[in-house]
Design a protein around this ligand. Structure first.
Ligand code: FES
Length: 637
């Protein structure tokens, strides 16, 4: 096959075969190009400029004819057929917000915590030395001592440790410390396993290190836990490195189906996890190999991608996962850089779009043990909703799309430095004021900013209940732009790059669809179990996005049901907390398995009332205003 020279200005030059995508060529050259839609040609964020030579563009969606004329091309949609020179614009820098590593002094073990309820036990043993009259083999000798100390009948040991066991016993002069795991997911009552062995007696107060990990589509969070005290001793969080290959789960699955895409995604998330591990371990001054167990939570797609299990069937009807409850695995097989023979328990999920992050959320919110009917909600690119109490649990997942993560919106961005996170509109002048993350000049608007903006536009009459912008208002902020009617949120002289930040009619439509999908999820779930939404006594909101939602604004746009604000409780990252609880106690591990098995999953695409509920929710706040009495009152005011 013919080869062509591709020169990436400022980087390097390489030879690629005809038909190579520019995104692939960039990867070969180790150049990072963000691909938020997973290379589907939908987001327009992988744009590069062809400064010399010609290319074949498969799609130019998101580019104007002027852009194409100036040589711009979507790297994921552009094929190399001749020698070319490419300029790479500066890539969006992902800056962390609140994702700071820290010594965790505020997460302590649940009341009444006892290390006896957790799976790992460190046992000091005094073994009788062998002699001419005691010819017992080393492993039997160790088992006898373990049996005497624990009362457990049978033990097993992996070959690599068995190879070293005799030497360790002799090194400690028949005084050793054994680390024993008494149960794991797939062996709640099975034989105990000798995980590690040290010569001599390890001091009783030496911490016993383990980790709880939450793999979010956007952020990975890791808690380093001392099992002896049950305390979280260090926390670290970072953007999931897969984000550059797709912002939502669907984009990632599509990316994974490409050549070696799944291996790449697995490596990227492992890179994030292992970096966090190193950072957290550094805080308490230990090596990652001194960590002896991990529990992992995350949505079903993240779990599949971590384990490099094909995730394609999650996206295609009838939307079936390869596995909901992963058996216990070894760290070295998963690729998590803790003690290689430590076990990794992946928490159980329910269905393709209701994963372990939600069962972990239910566990940590206590919904499964609540008397009153309670709603649990986790909003991200998907909205997962659980309704129930100690008697029953039902769940739906609605595809909100990435609008609340700032994607698919012209000036949308993640909740990082420079994002407008809250806006206020003056009802007479229609001028805006806003609050920006980091207090800098604004670069764009994040999800919570968009919710707040749409609510303000609606209540001040800038848009009507269908989202139409009133172009007759006496303000220059409403105008007809390149993408149709738009409202100027920030003028160029106020912004980071000197360009106006606007919200267009199309952006508003995307947001309305996202919020309608979630509200329709509430409606269908409540109807199918026969519980009117207004009788729900408490609403728990998990997930990092939930933390920043302004309830009043979210109700005003019809994203959340209209109920007294004191019923809403924000719980933060319930997924990592669930992984933490499962680490601490066998009871909670059994409980989360029980939650997963008794949760009734309602597949919205198979529910014939969903479409009607969705259509009714496409308005602000809803076609049936009686469902939103406080918004009705605000409109009248
Ligand atoms: S358009 Fe290329 S990655 Fe989205």
């Amino acid at each position: 096959m013919a080869k062509h020279i591709v020169t990436f200005t400022g980087y390097r030059t390489l030879h690629v075969p005809t038909g190579t995508l520019l995104s692939e060529a960039a990867q070969m050259a180790d150049i990072e190009i963000q691909q938020p839609c997973g290379g589907q040609g939908r987001c327009g964020r992988c744009v590069v400029q062809v400064t010399n030579g010609t290319v074949r563009r498969r799609s130019t969606l998101r580019l104007t004819p002027e852009d194409v004329g100036a040589g711009y091309a979507l790297a994921c949609q552009t094929i190399v057929e001749h020698d070319v020179t490419i300029a790479i614009p500066p890539q969006e820098k992902i800056e962390r917000r609140l994702a700071t590593d820290r010594i965790a002094s505020d997460v302590t073990a649940p009341l009444g915590y006892t290390p006896l309820g957790q799976p790992l036990h460190r046992l000091p043993l005094d073994l009788p030395p062998p002699s001419m009259s005691d010819q017992t083999d080393d492993w039997s000798r160790l088992q006898t001592a373990l049996r005497q100390q624990t009362g457990v009948d049978s033990f097993r040991i992996d070959l690599p440790l068995l190879r070293r066991a005799g030497r360790i016993m002799r090194e400690g002069e028949w005084q050793v410390t054994a680390l024993v795991e008494t149960d794991t997911w797939d062996r709640l009552d099975g034989p105990a396993r000798v995980v590690a062995l040290w010569p001599g007696h390890v001091p009783d107060d030496e911490p016993l290190w383990t980790v709880a990990i939450d793999i979010g589509t956007t952020t990975v969070t890791l808690w380093l836990v001392d099992l002896l005290t049950g305390r979280v001793r260090a926390q670290a969080a970072e953007y999931n490195a897969q984000i550059a290959r797709g912002e939502d789960v669907i984009s990632r699955i599509i990316y994974a189906t490409k050549n070696s895409g799944s291996t790449e995604l697995r490596n990227l998330v492992l890179e994030t996890i292992n970096t966090l591990l190193e950072r957290a371990c550094k805080i308490v001054q230990i090596a990652p190999e001194e960590v002896f167990k991990a529990t992992v939570s995350g949505n079903s797609t993240m779990m599949h991608l971590l384990l490099d299990i094909p995730a394609e069937s999650i996206r295609l009807s009838p939307f079936i996962t390869a596995v909901n409850h992963v058996p216990t695995l070894l760290a070295e097989d998963v690729g998590v850089a803790i003690y290689p023979h430590a076990t990794v328990d992946c928490l159980p999920g329910v269905a393709s779009y209701v994963g372990a992050d939600i069962t972990a959320g239910v566990l940590s919110s206590g919904l499964d043990d609540a008397e009153p009917v309670t709603l649990f909600l986790d909003v991200g690119t998907n909205g997962e909703i659980v309704l129930g109490n100690r008697e029953w649990l039902a769940t739906v997942a609605c595809s909100a799309g990435p609008a609340f993560e700032g994607a698919g919106v012209l000036h949308g961005m993640r909740a990082t430095q420079g994002a407008i996170e809250e806006t206020w509109i003056n009802g007479e002048s229609f001028d805006t004021s806003f609050r920006v993350i980091g207090g800098t000049k604004p670069r764009g608007i994040c999800g919570s900013g968009l919710i707040s903006l749409v609510a303000e536009m609606f209540l001040t009459g800038v848009i009507d209940k269908s989202g139409n912008i009133d172009l007759d208002l006496p303000t220059a902020r409403v105008r007809y732009g390149t993408h149709g009617p738009e409202y100027v949120v920030a003028w160029g002289d106020e912004t980071h790059d000197g360009r106006d930040i606007v919200i267009s009619r199309t952006d508003i439509d995307n947001l309305l669809r996202a919020k309608a999908a979630i509200y329709a999820g509430f409606t269908v779930l409540a109807d199918s179990v026969g519980v009117p939404l207004e009788t729900v006594e408490q609403v728990y909101i998990g997930g990092s996005f939930g933390k920043y939602i302004n309830v009043e604004k979210a109700v005003q746009i019809g994203l959340l049901p209209d109920m007294p604000w004191d019923r809403f409780h924000f719980l933060g990252n319930t997924s990592v907390r669930g992984a933490y609880l499962a680490l601490l106690s066998r009871e909670d591990r059994a409980r989360i398995a029980d939650i997963a098995s008794r949760m009734t999953y309602i597949e919205l695409s198979a529910d014939n009332t969903f479409f009607d509920a969705f259509t009714s929710a496409l308005f602000l706040p809803h076609t049936d205003l009686a469902r939103f009495p406080t918004v009705q009152a605000a409109i009248q005011r």
